[in-house]
Design a protein around this ligand. Structure first.
Ligand SMILES: Cc1cn([C@H]2C[C@H](O)[C@@H](COP(=O)(O)OP(=O)(O)O[C@H]3O[C@@H](C)C(=O)[C@@H](O)[C@H]3O)O2)c(=O)[nH]c1=O
Length: 179
């Protein structure tokens, strides 16, 4: 397992060690001990989520605030997404900075997102399955978010404008300057 910190502190790219043989392949999708050794972070995951989406879907940008803040470990088990995070930790040197990475079934990369980040992804292939571990439970009242096409963040979601599919909730999210 190779773990590399992105230019956003505490946000890591994880590349699992894949064992291939005549049957197929095997990899450890998560190993608490190795994760802690290589990141220095003691994260305890309590919820696993999975979504399946059509090409063109954008989910995000989402965050849970306060006592329900969540760190997440995201991977794709079918298809391809552009995974996007924004550092909104008030005292961070990289506040407001965006990081994005393609996660796919093929590249098997994972992104660890610390608490205090907005998170979203655009779906680049039909029937893409995204799964992610969270270190805190879902809490509707703690949800907040920023609209995907915020002019300050100016994120390139790698989709054509006319193919973007949003939930009603995501279409009404606020601007970055309001969060
Ligand atoms: C996120 C979540 C949703 N739900 C329910 C609420 C709602 O009825 C339905 C769909 O929820 P949403 O529309 O919020 O799902 P979605 O837009 O996929 O929300 C997710 O987006 C990505 C980008 C994240 O980072 C996640 O933390 C989460 O916010 O599922 C849960 O029961 N538990 C959960 O943990």
């Amino acid at each position: 397992m190779k773990i590399t910190e992105t230019f956003l502190k505490d946000c890591f790219i994880i590349e699992p060690k894949v064992f291939k043989d005549s049957r197929g392949e095997f990899f450890e999708a998560f190993n608490q001990k190795l994760f802690q050794e290589k990141t220095g972070l003691n994260v305890k995951f309590v919820q696993d989520n999975q979504s399946i989406s059509l090409k063109g879907v954008v989910r995000g940008l989402h965050i849970q605030k306060g006592e329900y803040a969540q760190a997440k470990l995201v991977r794709v088990i079918q298809g391809r997404v552009l995974d996007v995070v924004v550092d909104v930790r008030e005292k961070s040197d990289t506040f407001g900075k965006v990081f994005s990475i393609e996660l796919s079934k093929e590249n098997q990369l994972q992104l660890f997102i610390p608490k205090g980040f907005l998170h979203g992804f655009s779906v680049l292939e039909d029937n893409t399955i995204v799964t992610y571990k969270c270190d805190n439970y879902y809490n509707k009242e703690s949800e907040d978010g920023v609209i995907y096409n915020d002019p300050i963040l100016n994120i390139d979601w790698k989709l054509k404008t006319n193919e973007i599919i949003l939930s009603e909730k995501d279409a009404e999210l606020k601007l970055f300057k309001e969060i």
